[in-house]
Design a protein around this ligand. Structure first.
Ligand code: HEM
Length: 566
């Protein structure tokens, strides 16, 4: 009987899905653009959870990815990376993916993309997708359009020149310690490259919060370490490690006595992070009012816009509904600090990991970088490298922007039409787009489009250097290529673009400079393997990715890397 009921429910669910799909297809037909149907809503949570197993099963079939029909390929969560610019060639600059969940319009026309990203009140960020990030309070990523400018203004303030200089110094310091640690494991190989880069990125972020430094701890020592949840960096570390769990289950529930101790520890770390943020906000707001503020950094900068009148009794209140213009409540400050950490951590750490793997696969690019580093930094020890060097390190910048061209951590930038958009031009097409349609500027699609990029799928940092080639000797006349507007935007563009763009650029360039001037990274050979094959393995490893919240390598530990001091 139960089986029968289950079968009827499943059939009913499928039937309802088909009805919704066909109703959405009818909507999409009015747009007069090519249509690709997929049977499952890509935003369905159940599908997001079960799909990795579905793809694993499909991998057993003797069929190549490109031979699968569209409805299978475009159901993959990571089709943006797998397909790159193919959809543009197949369907043109605008086309609709239609699922039972809605119409998802995709654009790969630079002018249309520019317009979408600049008209942020018409093409809005779907904030309901980001609500799970509001675990400590509302933030720039979770509030509605009317509230967003107030948050943006407050959160943008700390991303200034002083912040960039601090990030530069701190990233160099962390990289130096990491370089020693990696080189000390030269024979056996780097124990856990992605973990070390996450630690580095976390330490830089935590330090930038108060302009205080933390020591780098390598992955081997990290495993045995007793975490002190009273410490801001340690609580942040645990919160990041178990972020998916914390986004799904409120941390107060995790601390309930009936749950296992391990879950309780995670809940307590999240609670302790909240307590340390509250303490700092309280201390700092008193210090600011008394004119004795001692901290620099991003968190104190937010405290300067604290709405003092609303600050009392925050513990007992829900999110305050009315906060003064240009001010933030305590919970909004905590929400924004948390979001800065979330937005700035894995994005940068994953980019660093891709960069290291790609450089290991391309030793010629390491030599090309080193040439610049030796010329620009001369005999100066790393401790004396001034922030002004950042601008001169064009080849280091090129390595970062080329990595983000092909391996951007956020591969599609979802928007939603907030009203009917009349006369929207996409090449020859003129569209009228109804409200509630999901809009995707095809970030990876356009960044690999052969109309704008020569040899588009190859990782070639030298393509960004004007007046030079991959083999030409270094000169200080080298300049960075500026791509056509709307063809390169890994940090997004327009009013809602990434606030941490400079932060991440400075961090990655400092990392490249600090490591590659005096170290080589190479893949460790397997028995009887040739170097050329090991390098190919490293490239394949960078191309074997998954997309949960961000793009990352699926199995980085399959290629063991060695770090050798020159
Ligand atoms: C390689 C590194 C990074 C990449 C590729 C990146 C990319 C992006 C993108 C594409 C967005 C727009 C998301 C959307 O519109 O839905 C964004 C927003 C944001 N990013 Fe980043 N990001 C990086 C690093 C950072 C860092 C280091 C920080 C902070 C320390 C940061 C803070 C933010 C914030 C606060 C927003 C929200 C801006 C707003 O809504 O006004 N990001 N980032």
């Amino acid at each position: 009987m139960i089986n029968f009921l289950l079968a009827i429910t499943a059939l009913g669910y499928c039937f309802w899905g088909l009805v919704c799909l066909e109703s959405n297809v009818r909507k999409a037909r009015n747009l007069k653009v090519p249509i690709v149907r997929i049977p499952i809503d890509p935003n369905s949570i159940i599908w997001v959870i079960i799909q990795p197993w579905v793809w694993k099963l499909l991998e057993f079939l003797p069929i190549s990815w490109s031979a699968f029909p569209n409805f299978i390929r475009f159901s993959h969560r990571n089709w943006h990376f797998l397909e790159k610019s193919n959809p543009t060639q197949q369907f043109g600059p605008v086309w609709a993916l239609v699922s039972p969940g809605g119409v998802h319009l995709h654009f790969s026309d630079p002018d249309a993309i520019q317009e979408i990203l600049s008209r942020w009140r018409d093409f809005v960020r779907p904030i309901e997708k980001y609500q799970i990030l509001a675990i400590y309070g509302p933030s720039v990523l979770t509030v509605n359009l009317d509230d967003w400018p107030r948050h943006r203004k407050a959160v943008a303030a700390p991303f200034n020149q002083a912040n960039a200089e601090f990030v530069w110094g701190e990233a160099l310091r962390q990289t130096k310690a990491m370089g020693h640690y990696w080189a000390s494991h030269a024979q056996a190989g780097i124990p856990d490259m992605p973990q070390d880069l996450r630690t580095l990125s976390m330490n830089v972020l935590a330090a930038a919060a108060f302009q205080e430094s933390y020591d780098f701890i390598g992955s081997v020592n990290m495993k045995d370490r007793k975490f002190n949840t009273e410490n801001y960096r340690d609580s942040l570390y645990i919160v990041h490690k178990y972020i998916i769990l914390l986004l799904l289950i409120p941390f107060r529930i995790l601390t309930a006595r009936v749950l296992p101790r391990s879950l309780g520890d995670i809940g307590r770390a999240a609670l302790s992070l909240k307590t340390s943020m509250m303490n700092i906000i309280n201390e700092e707001s008193i210090a600011i009012s008394e004119g004795t503020s001692s901290y620099g950094g991003m968190l104190p900068s937010l405290v300067r816009v604290l709405d003092q009148d609303n600050a009392q009794d925050q513990e007992t209140k829900d999110f305050p509904t009315r906060v003064k213009r240009d001010r933030l409540s305590v919970e909004e400050i905590m929400g924004n600090v948390f979001v800065m950490n979330i937005a700035g951590h894995d994005t940068t750490a994953n980019t660093l990991a891709f960069t290291v793997m790609l450089l290991a696969s391309n030793p010629d690019v390491q030599d090309w970088l080193r040439e610049e580093l030796i010329s620009v930094t001369g005999d100066k020890p790393l401790e004396d490298w001034d922030y002004s060097l950042f601008e001169d390190l064009k080849r280091c910048q090129a390595v970062l922007i080329e990595t983000l061209r092909l391996y951007a951590p956020i591969t599609g930038l979802p928007k939603m039409t907030s009203k009917t958009i009349e006369s929207f031009h996409v090449g020859k097409h003129v569209l009228t787009i109804p409200p509630g349609i999901e809009i995707f500027p095809m970030l990876l699609g356009i960044q690999t489009d052969p109309r704008f990029w020569v040899d588009p799928y190859a990782w070639k940092p030298s393509r960004w250097i004007l007046g030079s080639t991959a083999t030409a000797p270094y000169t200080n006349k080298e300049r960075l290529f500026v791509p056509q507007k709307g063809t390169y935007f890994p940090w997004s563009e327009g009013p809602q673009s990434c606030l941490g763009k400079k932060f991440s650029q400075v961090e990655v360039v400092a990392f490249l400079a600090g490591l590659f001037k005096e170290h080589h990274i190479l893949p460790i050979l397997k028995a009887d393997e040739r170097m050329i094959d090991a390098r190919k393995r490293a490239q394949d490893c960078a191309d074997d990715v998954n997309y949960n919240m961000l793009l990352k390598m699926s199995h980085p530990s399959r290629v063991k890397l060695e770090c050798v001091k020159t």
